[in-house]
Each structure stands twice: as structure tokens, then as C-alpha cells.
Design a binder for this molecule. Structure first.
Ligand code: SF4
Ligand code: SF4
Length: 418
């Protein structure tokens, strides 16, 4: 796309934004894969339309507030990157644009309040746990909550697991094949700490020693994707220091992995950019690490049908599709069944189901219906946000299909409990 973006005035992330706009040839191949275009059918809510809108703002032809409703409705799922034949770096454009144009967006009082509450609690496990427990205690008051806060109230789960603090060091069982560091995320610690516990057990049984740095923090994705660049950069710096040493930094959350791969863009032009680059090269998803390491064949107790849901930030952002399926394929007695539109976003997408509850709800329902149609016994995935979203929407359909992280499935299989 031809443009007159003043790259030199846009700071260190200007080049990434200009490059993405330049590469777009307006072909429209991305449109059918865009969840918001699928739901809304509006060019302005498609990748091509958003690239044009961002270009117009960057050139100074359009006010950021006029583009904001369409940019806000973008899930950041980067499905458009997967389907783009021209290699447009839409994710870099969107992240950099949001980092620079956050203040000009207009979302209304309750939408701003919901986003503020989420951004002040979710990335901080103690606060998030406290907020969830308070919300549960006041559950009977939920009916009295203003309609504008309902999307937040709806996300409070029926029950919360007991908190678990993983050990700082868990040795390999048998001969040590590798040593890794584990990033444990923030939402998963509160909503499903079993994912971390299962990942450590599986890695240990595969001969991998696991260190969990105590001074690690939230990956910063939530702040980064809502345009709070300063907060995101502050968290990135802490993690770069906390994870010094070992070759591999394992994550069990697609969103965190994808966010930590964005550290070089976050810190573009900063004195720490080289460290950010080294850090992001060491970040690897649990499934990728284990698949490349190789695991012993496993056996399910009885035949089980598993459908794999592709989290956007694994499939599209990190191009991770095969390793999780390979791992599930190591379980004799487990059959992988197809999931219609497996790569279509489930609507979770960070704070999206808080910011855009209607679209998120439609995508969640659609995903839950695909799960039911697949006839699976278990949905496998690699992201806590998707797990919570799909569980909630299955429940609304009256379904009790289990939704488990890949690490939980392997852990059960290793114990003969699958
Ligand atoms: S597929 Fe790529 S090049 Fe074509 S319109 Fe979409 S972003 Fe632009
Ligand atoms: S990131 Fe997702 S929602 Fe946003 S334009 Fe691309 S495909 Fe559409």
C-alpha cells in the first residue's frame, strides 16, 4: 500500500509500522480468516480495513478517535498474518500503533472501568486472586451490579482452586537431559495452577530439571496489547533480569509466549534491546520443547477422543501447530478428532471478552458448538484464556466436556489416569 507515513517522526517502532503498511497489496485474502469480519461483515473491521485506517491516522488524515472503534474490535489474534501471501506484519503494526495511540480511544465509562480493573488485577496474581475471591463472596450481589460491569461479573468462576506455589527447583527424575526455567504466568496461577504443576511433573519425568525464578513477573502482554506500553516495558525488563542463565524459558501459555517474543519490539530503540532479543530467542512453548526433546510412548486406560483447539497466539503468532498434535499422537488409545475452524479465535484474547463482550460471546458460542459437533471427550489446548472461555461456553450449552491443557493430558497419561 502506498503511503506517506512520516517514519522518522514515529520513533523506534515507526519502521515496523511503515513496513507492514507497505507490504499490504490490498488483495483481501485475509478477510475470510478474520473473526471480526466474519461476525460483523464490515470492511472497516477487517485486517485490510484496519491497516488502511491505521495508515490514515499515521499520515495525519484521520483522528485516532475515529479509527478507535474498529481498532478496539480487533482481537489481535493475527489470523490475518497466517493467511496473508505478502507477509504483512500485522501484529507488529497493531501493537506499535496501540502503544502510541492508546490515549485517544473513547470507550465509555463502564468499558474504561472494566479495562482498568482488569489491567490492575489480572497481571498481579495476589491482587487477581483477592479480586476473584471478593467477587465470589459478593456473588449474591451480582444481580445488582450495573449492566456495564456484567462482562466482568460473568467471568468470575463458580469455584477457585486452592493456590499452589511451585517449588523453586524440581529435579529431573532419572538421568538429567536438560534444565529449563519456567514462566508461570499470572492468570493461570489463580484460575488453574494445576497447569504449572502438571507441566513440572511431566518435564521432570522426561528427565528435565525445572527452575522457577521467584522474581519473575507477568509477561506484560495484557498491558502491551491495550496500549500501556510503559507498564509492559517495565515488566519485560524485570523478566529479562529474572531469567538470566539457562538456555530455554518454557511457557505453558500461548499468550505469554507470544508476548515475550515481542520484547524486541517493545524495547525497540532501548539500551536493553539486544538483551530483549536474546531473551525472546530463548522463549519456547511447553509443547515445542517437549516434542523436540522426545517423549516415551504413553497409553490411555481406555479409548479417548481428543479435539485440539489451536490458540491464536500459538498457531498464528508463533506458528506452532504440529508439536502439540505430535505429543497427543504419542498416547496410544487417544484418537485426535477434527475441530471445525480449529484456528478461529474463541473470543478470549486477553481482555477482549471484557472489552467486547458481544463479539467475544459469539465467538465463544461458535467454538463451543464446534466442540460438541466434534464428538470429543476432551478438548486439548495450550492457553489458559482459551481454557476458561471454552469451559464457560460449553457450560452454557449444558455440556461437561473436559477442557485440558496439553500438560495436564500428558500428566494424566503418564500416571495411567487418562
Ligand atoms: S492478505 Fe495481506 S496483503 Fe492482502 S489485504 Fe490482507 S494484509 Fe493486505
Ligand atoms: S488480528 Fe484477528 S481480528 Fe484483528 S484484523 Fe487480524 S484476523 Fe482480524
Amino acid at each position: 500500500m502506498l503511503h506517506r507515513i512520516p517514519v522518522d517522526k514515529l520513533g523506534p517502532r515507526g519502521e515496523a509500522m511503515s513496513q507492514a503498511v507497505t507490504s499490504c497489496v490490498h488483495c483481501g485474502f485475509c478477510l475470510p480468516t478474520c473473526p471480526t469480519y466474519e461476525v460483523l461483515g464490515d470492511e472497516a473491521d477487517s485486517p485490510r480495513g484496519r491497516i488502511f485506517l491505521m495508515k490514515e491516522v499515521l499520515e495525519g488524515n484521520l483522528q485516532p478517535a475515529d479509527a478507535a472503534p474498529h481498532i478496539d474490535r480487533c482481537l489481535g489474534c493475527v489470523a490475518c498474518q497466517s493467511s496473508c501471501p505478502s507477509g504483512v506484519g500485522y501484529g507488529d503494526l497493531l501493537s506499535a500503533y496501540r502503544a502510541d495511540h492508546q490515549v485517544a480511544t473513547a470507550r465509555g465509562f463502564f468499558a474504561k472501568l472494566r479495562r482498568w480493573i482488569a489491567s490492575m488485577t489480572v497481571p498481579y496474581p495476589r491482587r487477581f486472586a483477592l479480586a476473584m475471591r471478593l467477587a465470589r463472596l459478593s456473588g449474591r450481589l451480582a444481580a445488582l451490579a450495573p449492566a456495564g460491569l456484567k462482562p466482568l461479573v460473568d467471568l468470575v468462576p463458580d469455584s477457585l482452586p486452592e493456590p499452589q506455589r511451585p517449588p523453586e527447583f524440581s529435579p529431573a527424575i532419572g538421568p538429567q537431559r536438560a534444565i529449563v526455567m519456567l514462566h508461570i504466568g499470572c492468570a493461570a496461577q489463580v484460575l488453574n495452577p494445576e497447569i504449572t504443576a502438571a507441566a513440572i511433573r511431566v518435564l521432570n519425568r522426561c528427565g528435565v530439571a525445572v527452575r522457577v525464578p521467584t522474581d519473575q513477573v507477568c509477561c506484560g502482554s495484557l498491558h502491551w496489547h491495550i496500549g500501556s506500553a510503559d507498564r509492559a516495558i517495565g515488566l519485560a525488563r524485570k523478566n529479562i533480569d529474572a531469567f538470566a542463565g539457562v538456555d530455554a524459558i518454557i511457557t505453558t501459555a500461548a499468550g505469554c509466549g507470544s508476548g515475550m517474543h515481542e520484547y524486541p519490539l517493545m524495547l525497540a530503540g532501548d539500551t536493553q534491546v539486544a538483551q530483549a532479543d536474546q531473551f525472546s530467542r530463548r522463549v519456547v512453548d511447553f509443547s515445542v520443547f517437549l516434542d523436540s526433546l522426545g517423549i516415551e510412548p504413553l497409553q490411555a486406560r481406555s479409548p479417548v477422543r481428543i479435539a485440539y483447539h489451536d490458540a491464536c497466539h500459538l498457531a498464528h503468532a508463533q506458528k506452532v501447530r504440529t508439536p502439540p498434535r505430535n505429543l497427543l499422537g504419542r498416547i496410544a488409545g487417544a484418537t485426535l478428532v477434527g475441530l471445525t475452524d480449529s484456528e478461529l479465535c474463541c473470543g478470549s484474547a486477553g481482555t477482549y471478552n471484557i472489552d467486547q463482550p458481544e463479539i467475544a460471546g459469539q465467538l465463544g458460542q461458535r467454538k463451543a458448538r464446534s466442540v460438541v459437533e466434534s464428538g470429543c471427550d476432551i478438548v486439548a489446548l495450550g492457553n489458559i484464556g482459551c481454557q476458561v472461555q471454552i469451559e464457560q461456553h460449553l457450560k452454557r450449552l449444558g455440556e461437561s466436556t473436559r477442557v485440558l491443557h496439553i500438560a495436564q493430558i500428558l500428566d494424566l497419561a503418564q500416571q495411567g489416569q487418562l
